[in-house]
Design a protein around this ligand. Structure first.
Ligand code: F6R
Length: 270
């Protein structure tokens, strides 16, 4: 896993947006996997700025969101569809017919989850999946104990997640108990993952994800099995990592390589 440590949340948003923008420019018809929550907001804001000021074009992009609460109407201010509409979609030129968020009001939720998987497949699979992480190490709504091979399905939220997400609702009792979520297995099939984390509350989960053992108790740790994951995190989220020096050396070597400074890497000195 590549680990990039930025000084603060703003730096994380800036760096992550450049990852996404570079893919959209290289492959205008790419498929993006998107997350909600506080963490990716800086990334979305920077992408919106790039669309408005640098003509970053989303017209051919297809998107699939990770999850949605069960029972909330798409127009409900706390639904993830509404979140995406307000914080990203309505500010860019994505085709509304290509911006998918799971439907938490589907009549047959089981059948709908399978359909969502098929829609991803028909779109050609996800090129780049943006992920936040819960304090308990969840990705999407794959709470501790979720199968690491899981697919899109219904999931009961843990008390911790309900408490964390209550900040968006009037009170905790209004937070839905069930969500539709892509599975860990679905996420692992995306071609590239971008894991974002900011703030001290994520430090423990980030340590377990990057330097801990692979376990269903920390579903983000399954990302260690993926061949192309970049974690972009801030200093606070990185606070518990023990191999920070090495991650910085890797980044330095990478930029020397990109700039053709081979002699400083000991290449061609013999
Ligand atoms: C949301 C999602 C969740 C969040 C996680 C962190 O679509 O998939 O896994 O990424 O709960 O949320 P924030 O960013 O609000 O701390």
């Amino acid at each position: 896993m590549r680990v990039i440590i930025e000084s603060d949340a703003q730096g994380v948003g800036w760096r992550a947006a450049r990852f996404v923008a570079s893919l959209v420019r290289r492959k205008p018809g790419c498929v993006l996997g998107l997350a909600t929550g506080g963490t990716p907001l800086g990334t979305y804001n920077e992408l919106i700025r790039m669309h408005q000021q640098e003509s970053l074009d989303f017209s051919q992009v297809t998107t699939f969101n990770l999850d949605e609460y069960v029972g909330l109407d798409p127009a409900h201010p706390q639904s993830y569809r509404y979140f995406m509409q307000e914080n990203f979609f309505r500010h860019i030129n994505v085709d509304p017919g290509k911006a998918h968020v799971p439907d938490g009001r589907a009549k047959d939720l089981g059948a709908y989850c399978q359909e969502y998987e098929q829609m991803i497949e028909h779109a050609g699979g996800i090129d780049l999946q943006i992920l936040g992480i819960g304090r308990d190490g969840h990705i999407a709504f794959n709470e501790p104990g979720s199968s690491l091979g899981s697919r899109t399905r219904l999931k009961s939220l843990t008390g911790e997640t309900i408490t964390d997400n209550a900040r968006f609702f009037e009170d905790e009792s209004q937070v839905p108990r069930l969500a539709i979520t892509m599975g860990v297995g679905t996420i692992l099939e995306s071609r590239q993952c971008l894991l974002l984390a900011t703030g001290t509350s994520k430090a423990r989960a980030i340590r377990s994800t990057i330097e801990g053992s692979i376990t269903a108790q920390v579903t983000a740790s399954a990302l260690q099995l993926h061949r192309d994951v970049t974690a972009v995190i801030d200093e606070e989220a990185a606070a518990w990592l023990t191999r920070r020096e090495y991650y910085a050396e890797v980044e330095e070597a990478q930029s020397l390589l990109e700039n053709g400074e081979f002699s400083r890497l000991g290449i061609g000195n013999q």
